[in-house]
Design a protein around this ligand. Structure first.
Ligand code: AVI
Length: 320
């Protein structure tokens, strides 16, 4: 069957309710309170993120797609032929479509934490590109993971779009880049999209879209607390907060409790006061040079770079 998808499962922990419960309880009993942004991405959260990408204020997606579209032949010249493409955080697998016809990889491997969403999007890809061998790897790449061996002698190129690297602390980002570097053979590549440091207004409106989709995405964590973990909480008792922390070069997202409230979770009592924050996401922004330096520390050689005319977003190409 030429439209099949080879499925590899490598969730280090099964994404069971129990491990979700433990992870979320750990953060909610900490001070200050936090929830990891990876928990946004259940099926509903992945769909909401896909809708964020279509909002007029959320420039990163549109800008990166424009860069990929207009630079596709330069990218192809630089990346070369006879490659396998490995996409980290493949989500809906839209962006890869801009490159497939030009790069003509032997294999495509999509890696994502959201199992059903990953399977749906890789099946669509396999249907639309019958010449392509499509693989899906369900893995949490915030933890150590290993890439499955793909048959043949093609050179692996990792595609990591969307500035997802920005959701890691700079230290974690370095570790992840190092882990990617160590899994690549000499000549293996990394094509990575990174959102740039820019003015506060532009950044803050991207995380406070008028249609309220980012708000709904952030509140999805409260939906998961209620629906999957049985906590007696209501999305109406929290508000979305997103702002640029300029000193740290990062957007911060928080959920703000709208009243004093108490609920039980995993045998513990969580008591939130009115106005108390749960920190749910950081999204680091980099200068072009700053990111090249980071990748250099992880062992990568800078090969090329593309950006839009306004300098909002960078696409870098590095090699081992
Ligand atoms: C996936 N990641 C790069 C997005 C970002 O911009 O940090 C997630 C997101 N959060 C709110 N809007 C989008």
């Amino acid at each position: 069957n030429r439209h099949r998808v080879w499925f590899h499962d490598q969730m280090t922990e099964p994404d069971s309710d129990q491990s979700l419960l433990e992870a979320i309880t750990l953060g909610l009993t900490d001070s200050p309170r936090w929830i990891s942004p990876k928990h946004f991405y259940d099926h509903r959260g992945s769909e909401l993120f896909d809708r964020i990408c279509q909002q007029p204020e959320y420039y990163p997606t549109r800008t990166e797609e424009m860069i990929l579209e207009r630079s596709v032949s330069a990218i192809t010249d630089c990346v070369g032929q006879n490659i396998d493409l490995i996409e980290l955080g493949s989500g809906a697998s839209h962006k890869i479509r801009l490159l497939l016809d030009a790069l003509r990889p032997r294999h495509y491997l999509g890696v994502d934490i959201s199992r059903d969403f990953l399977l749906e999007s890789t099946h669509r890809l396999a249907n639309d590109y019958p010449w392509l061998a499509v693989h899906a790897l369900c893995a949490d790449f915030t933890a150590p993971f290993s890439l499955p061996v793909l048959e043949g002698d093609a050179r692996p190129v990792v595609f990591f779009p969307g500035s997802s690297i920005g959701n890691f602390t700079p230290r974690e980002a370095m570790d992840l880049l190092e882990r990617i570097h160590n899994q690549l053979p000499p000549g293996g590549g990394l094509l990575i999209g990174v959102d740039r440091i820019k003015d506060r207004d532009r950044l803050e409106s991207a995380y406070n879209d008028a249609a309220g989709v980012t708000r709904e995405f952030n509140l999805n964590l409260i939906h998961r607390l209620r629906d999957e973990l049985g906590a007696e909480v209501s999305p109406g008792d929290f508000e979305h907060l997103a702002f640029y922390n300029e000193a740290a070069s990062r957007i911060e997202m928080h959920l703000v409790s709208q009243r004093d409230q108490t609920f039980a979770l995993d045998g513990q009592t969580i008591a939130l006061t009115a106005g108390e924050h749960i920190h749910t996401e950081n999204s680091w922004k980099y200068s072009r040079e700053g990111f090249e330096k980071l990748a250099g520390h992880a062992g990568f050689q800078t090969r090329a770079h593309w950006c839009d005319d306004e300098g909002l977003f960078d696409v870098h190409y590095f090699e081992r």
